[in-house]
Design a protein around this ligand. Structure first.
Ligand code: AKB
Length: 314
């Protein structure tokens, strides 16, 4: 078995994916890489790597006998709106470099995350289907939809094994999110634990699909392990777990922190969120590779509060 490379291993998902893959396959077999050194030192191989540097990616793949890449580097929805050209450049260039590596037979498998941001205001908002209307209004959503189409093209035309999940908003305490519209659902826990109050940049009733990080990582590993013949639905798969508004989340937090206060100052991110689904139909993932999430809203809230408290003791 060849080694596996994570591009963007310092990010919100990359950090937790790295731990999970190293626990499963051994730290020497998983190569971490990112633009900068990780904030706290990690054991095992790490390379400084720009996701748009084709030559450097090729060198790491060849020198380390890499056969699988997880391309986790991307510019997310809120940041991408502030620099659309840079977002397009990063999100697409890095994808083409890795798709071409697979096309040339230099790697065997690629994971590339997509998102609920591929949907738009004309999509069905409740239990949004896999193959519904796809008319994103953000540059992030446009880049991810184009990427999905390119993945499908490389799979059809060149037989590339590329696997893709449409992640909902992801919630974990071990790594910080950066530049997304769903980030409020992570930040709220840090503020609840340390300050007892939170000002939300989405409006109270803005419901979005969300997922606890452990479920997202489990889904990623499960999809990558699934035999190719089982993946009948083609790339990408809708993925669902929780669905709640800031108001509903705050109510759950108050069960454990009764004095917690939330206020609302919606900004441009509320408009982005309004264009996205409220809940997702992931029946294809459930049927094709047995997907099912484990964490419900109350257990996610308890885990997030405990996790944030334990971090502040370190
Ligand atoms: C974002 O908010 O941009 C991301 C996403 C939903 O893909 N978390």
């Amino acid at each position: 078995m060849g080694k596996q490379l994570i591009i963007g291993s310092n990010g919100q998902v990359g950090t937790e994916l790295l731990s999970a893959l190293r626990a499963k396959y051994g730290k020497e077999n998983i190569i971490a890489s990112d633009l900068k050194e990780p904030k706290s030192p990690i054991e095992g191989p790490f390379h400084i790597l720009d996701a748009m540097d084709k030559t450097a990616i090729h060198a790491i793949v060849k020198e380390n006998d890499v056969d699988t890449i997880y391309l986790m580097a991307a510019m997310l929805s809120a940041t991408a709106e502030k620099m659309p050209d840079k977002a397009w450049g990063l999100n697409m260039t890095s994808l083409f470099i890795t798709l071409d590596l697979a096309k040339e037979g230099l790697i065997k498998k690629l994971f590339w995350p997509s998102t609920i941001a591929v949907f738009g205001p004309n999509s069905e908002h409740v239990m949004t289907p896999q193959h519904g209307i796809l008319e994103p209004t953000t540059v992030y959503g446009i880049s991810k939809l184009a990427g999905e189409q390119w993945c499908a093209y490389y799979q059809r035309r060149y037989g590339v094994d590329v696997r893709t999940l449409r992640y909902p908003g992801l919630i974990g305490y071990k790594s910080a999110p950066g530049g997304g519209t769903t980030d409020y659902a992570v930040d709220i826990f840090t503020k609840a634990v340390h300050e007892g109050q939170f000002t939300c940049f989405l409006s109270a009733e803005r419901t979005l699909p969300m997922m606890y990080m452990d479920d997202a990582i489990a889904a990623t590993l499960q999809l990558m392990d699934a035999p190719k013949e089982q993946l009948k639905t083609y790339v990408p798969y809708n993925l669902a777990s929780l669905s709640f508004s800031p108001e509903q989340l705050a109510k759950e937090i108050k069960v454990l922190i009764p004095n917690f206060q939330i206020s609302y100052e919606p900004d441009f991110r509320d408009e982005i969120a309004a264009s996205w689904p409220e809940s997702i139909d992931d029946s294809a993932a459930r049927a094709d590779w047995n997907w099912s999430p484990k964490t419900n809203l109350s257990s996610m809230v308890a885990l997030m509060l405990e996790g944030n408290k334990s971090l502040s003791k370190v």
